[in-house]
Design a protein around this ligand. Structure first.
Ligand SMILES: [Zn+2]
Length: 241
């Protein structure tokens, strides 16, 4: 069962972290798969990474910018509706699920706070990065220089063709630097936007790591909504211990 660990976060022995692959199966309940099989995939993953599956918190992701602070009653069977989770609680695995969108794992090594973020086009366009960093600062007194960010595999510019209306929207948000025009087509590079937002909000360049793998180019390894249409989800996972 292959799990890709973040090289950047590997230096912190108190973190359980990584990105799942197709080896771990689909882990999302909202897609049309056998529920028992999904629960089994979660149990196998929990066993492999040695956490309690009942305490895992995942999300009903809705492509908005709501950040959820983990509360006592959050558990596996009651995922909150949001696109980012943040906590300083130990032994609570946080999970983000994706198939082309960017999964972010964030860690403040001084205040001991973790967050996971789901950033697709909407998350990038409406700056969920800024909202999450503000949550670190407001709720945990984090300094941005202490925050490490690892971004897992997502769809690359190579495979992310968008229409003229998206180009216009990007332009109006001053994000058109992330779109390349090839012949009469537009290609969107979400990582470019995320990188700019992370730097703009005070994250140090050496504390940012991007996976170079495109999900749509690597459907043997990852789920890709664009390449496969009917597809499962893989996960980014982060836990403090
Ligand atoms: Zn690609």
């Amino acid at each position: 069962m292959q799990i890709i660990q973040s090289n950047l976060l590997k230096q912190f022995s108190n973190l359980t972290q990584g990105f799942t692959t197709k080896d771990n199966g689909n882990i999302a309940f909202h897609v049309n798969y056998d529920k028992n099989n999904i629960i089994l995939n979660h149990k196998l993953l929990a066993k492999k990474l040695q956490y309690n599956v009942d305490s895992l918190v995942h999300m009903k992701q809705v492509h908005e910018t709501t950040i959820k602070l983990i509360a006592e009653n959050d558990k596996f069977t009651t995922p909150p509706t949001c696109d980012a989770l943040i906590t300083n609680k130990k032994n609570i695995p946080l999970m983000v699920m994706v198939a082309d969108c960017s999964p972010l794992l964030m860690y403040d090594s001084k205040q001991q706070v973790i967050a996971v973020v789901h950033a697709g086009r909407a998350g990038a366009f409406f700056n969920i990065i800024k909202a999450t960093i503000n949550s670190f600062k407001d709720n945990f007194n984090s300094l941005t220089e202490d925050i490490y960010v690892s971004i897992g595999p997502s769809i690359g510019e190579c495979c992310y063709e968008v229409g003229g209306e998206i180009y216009e929207q990007a332009k109006s948000l001053e994000l058109d630097f992330a779109i390349s025009v090839k012949k009469n087509s537009y290609f969107l590079n979400i990582s470019k936007i995320l990188d700019k937002q992370l730097l703009e909000n005070g994250i140090k360049k050496e504390n940012i790591e991007f996976s170079t793998q495109c999900t749509s180019c690597n459907i043997e390894e990852y789920f890709s909504y664009r390449a496969e249409k009917e597809t499962g989800r893989f996960a980014g996972l982060l836990m403090l211990s």
